[in-house]
Write a protein that binds this ligand. Structure first.
Ligand SMILES: Cc1cc2nc3c(=O)[nH]c(=O)nc-3n(C[C@H](O)[C@H](O)[C@H](O)COP(=O)(O)OP(=O)(O)OC[C@H]3O[C@@H](n4cnc5c(N)ncnc54)[C@H](O)[C@@H]3O)c2cc1C
Length: 391
């Protein structure tokens, strides 16, 4: 089988550990980039570093730019795994007054401000409103008002620890905000209740139902519901938007996310798959759910080319939230939940301590050492340990 990966970067950005790296004094540009060329060559997968410009669905071709000319790359099967655009440009005042941690550049910019210029003022951490599509949305998938709220919870907890460690403040300096009724609602009400109780006892501020961000100013944040939050530092997670060239296509919802069924296949173009943040059913926009979907895509294509039985490839699948977030000081929180999705699941587990931290760090080590492959026993072992052993 001839597989080609096209990406504009020749490395994978391991995003989930970026906040942990900066608060522990490492530069994520050095530690969180995994080389793609060598990784893929090990499995005889071709890598082409190029910008994807668009799709010609009828001709079964991807339009790419390699240097100046535009080329077309043909396919039998296409897997759209281009992620989302993090829409900082849509937030008025972000360039002048905003901070974030979604890539090494911004994360370094934040830690440098905290180290060198922070005056001890209030810090706001939270998300802008997520615009989810409705076309083709299955009944089991709720509508999320924020794209991914593990990161604001994680950043708040680990930043509070960092402020304390460096004598610059504590959780009292930080207010967490959300456009939704509850922060991280996809974790389930019970888990969020426990998280809020823990955060409240540490004296974090909390603002819910802010509806979204109107603008950032030198005073802080103005919200869509009319309220304001004073902030010396506004750490913001934006709307997760699809790439422009995916909007208005027959395979996309009205926002531009790719419509798929539970086999991650587009119903009208079964030769096109999507997984990760680019897929409409990936809500919340969580790497763990993207990973589950990649397994599904791999099995479906293996079935098509006669490498896997239909029985195995078509095993039913349901998304679940698995999230491990740093809390600073060698501790982390572990969330395993499926109650938010409309499948009637009742798992809602929250654990906090040293073991989840070790797992967060070890998962990244295993991912890099195994060149992007997590052994089949990795996730079950992680669940077993986190949910049964308290350290
Ligand atoms: C701060 C932060 C912390 C997070 N923590 C967690 C966590 O703890 N656990 C978790 O499960 N999830 C976490 N997430 C979410 C997770 O990072 C994403 O869900 C995940 O990265 C999505 O993977 P993806 O492959 O779909 O997209 P991406 O990781 O965005 O990858 C998309 C790829 O496509 C390439 N690309 C994009 N456009 C083009 C183009 N036009 N041409 C060529 N190449 C292109 C990019 O270079 C990139 O390599 C976090 C997110 C953030 C921002």
């Amino acid at each position: 089988m001839d597989i080609t990966v096209i990406d504009r970067k020749a490395y994978l950005d391991y995003i989930p550990n970026i906040p942990l790296e900066i608060f522990e004094g490492r530069d994520p540009a050095v530690t969180m980039h995994m080389d793609l060329v060598d990784t893929l060559a090990r499995d005889d997968i071709k890598f082409r570093q190029a910008e994807v410009l668009g799709l010609d669905i009828d001709a079964k071709q991807v339009r790419v730019r390699l240097g100046a000319p535009e080329y077309r790359v043909g396919y039998d099967y296409l897997v759209i795994a281009l992620g989302s655009v993090l829409a900082y440009d849509d937030i008025e005042g972000f360039a002048e007054h905003g901070y974030t941690v979604s890539d090494a550049y911004h994360a370094n910019r934040l830690i440098e401000y905290l180290k060198n210029n922070y005056k001890g003022g209030p810090i706001a951490v939270g998300s802008d409103r997520f615009e989810q599509g409705t076309k083709g949305k299955p009944d089991w998938l709720p509508t999320a008002l924020a794209a991914c709220e593990g990161p604001p919870v994680e950043v708040s907890l680990s930043l509070a620890h960092w402020l304390d460690e460096y004598g610059k403040g504590s959780a009292k300096n930080i207010t967490i905000f959300t456009p939704a009724e509850l922060i991280a609602e996809d974790a389930g009400e019970k888990v969020v209740g426990q998280l809020l109780e823990a955060a409240g006892s540490m004296d974090f501020g909390y603002m819910n139902k802010v509806e979204g961000i109107t603008r950032l100013t030198d005073q802080g944040i103005e919200f869509r519901d009319g309220r304001k939050l004073d902030a010396e530092i506004s750490i913001v997670f934006p709307n997760w938007k699809p790439h422009d060239f995916l909007k208005g296509r027959p395979i996309s919802d009205e926002v531009g996310f790719i419509i798929t069924d539970m086999t991650m296949r587009n119903p009208d173009h079964p030769e096109i798959f999507a997984c990760g943040d680019a897929a409409a059913i990936t809500v919340p926009k969580l790497g763990a759910i993207g990973h589950q979907e990649c397994d599904v895509v791999g099995k479906q294509i293996a079935k098509e080319v006669g490498k896997m039985s239909a029985e195995k490839a078509d095993e039913p699948w349901q998304p679940e939230v698995i999230c491990i977030g740093d809390m600073g000081g060698g501790k982390a929180f572990y969330i395993h939940s499926n109650s938010w999705f409309g499948f009637g699941g009742d798992t809602q587990i929250l654990e906090m301590g040293r073991l989840p931290y070790a797992q967060k760090v070890l998962y990244k080590e295993m991912f890099f050492r195994n060149h992007g492959k997590i052994p089949n026993w990795g996730l079950p072992a992680s669940k077993l340990l986190s949910e049964n052993i308290k350290i």
